[in-house]
Design a protein around this ligand. Sequence first.
Ligand SMILES: Nc1ncnc2c1ncn2[C@@H]1O[C@H](COP(=O)(O)OP(=O)(O)OP(=O)(O)O)[C@@H](O)[C@H]1O
Ligand SMILES: [Mg+2]
Length: 262
Amino acid sequence: MSALLSLRNVWVEYGEKVVLEKVNLEVSEGAFLSIIGPSGAGKSSLLRLILGQEAPTRGQVLLGGEPLEPQCGPDRGVVFQRYSVFPHMSVLGNVMFGLECPAAPIAARLFGSARRKAMGEAAAMLHAVGLGDSLNLYPAQMSGGMQQRLAIAQALIKRPRILLLDEPFGALDPGIRADMHGLITQLWRDYGLTIVMVTHDIKEAFTLGTRVLALDKRRHDPHAPHRYGATAVYDLPLRTAPAVVPPAPPQPDPNPLSAAAS
Ligand SMILES: Nc1ncnc2c1ncn2[C@@H]1O[C@H](COP(=O)(O)OP(=O)(O)OP(=O)(O)O)[C@@H](O)[C@H]1O
Ligand SMILES: [Mg+2]
């Protein structure tokens, strides 16, 4: 079977500065690829290439065997460490925006039955990430973990073929992180996702990933630190099935009395 995502001899250079060199990578459908490497190794740059936000200076990025569309398409969703949700929109509004935007690019609003359908889809996705009881909250009213759940729902509502995660749990407390590990494993399995996750946490990389890729420089010129870029120095296949048996995602209930009364 051909790879879902292929990077062929990919280079990223900014002027004289080589960030990535000779990166070759084939990611098969359903993989959970963890990417680790020192700060500045080019991990986020690599994700930007896959998103289509940047083009490689040399080489090719193929999705499903075809060259990437230059713009970030609905086949790729992304979650960053923080700040990827819209603060002025409710939880439901944040997720609906993803459905409204491609359907009505100018006004970004849907009406009537199309709007009701989008609301139903968004609410179901929010339920899947454990925010089923928080549809009308605003991001500022939520914890960091809840905001990341929202960011994941926002990325998944467009049903991307690849989910890109750039240190998505890096700012969260250890307990919340463990919950998020359960959630992402569950979503990966339920939605048949292909995931590429950058993390600084080696344990997280090995616990969640089916494969771990380490980016680093193979060569270093002390007189010209920008001369050589990072490349894949290790590429370790681990397993084909999820490693973690996830707990059910918690269902936050902002008002327990209302549930008891109904
Ligand atoms: N637009 C740009 N112009 C010049 N240099 C850039 C640009 N974008 C990124 N770089 C450089 O590319 C290198 C790799 O950056 P990148 O953000 O991909 O690293 P990273 O591995 O994600 O690091 P971190 O772990 O700190 O997030 C850095 O040295 C950075 O300064
Ligand atoms: Mg980065």
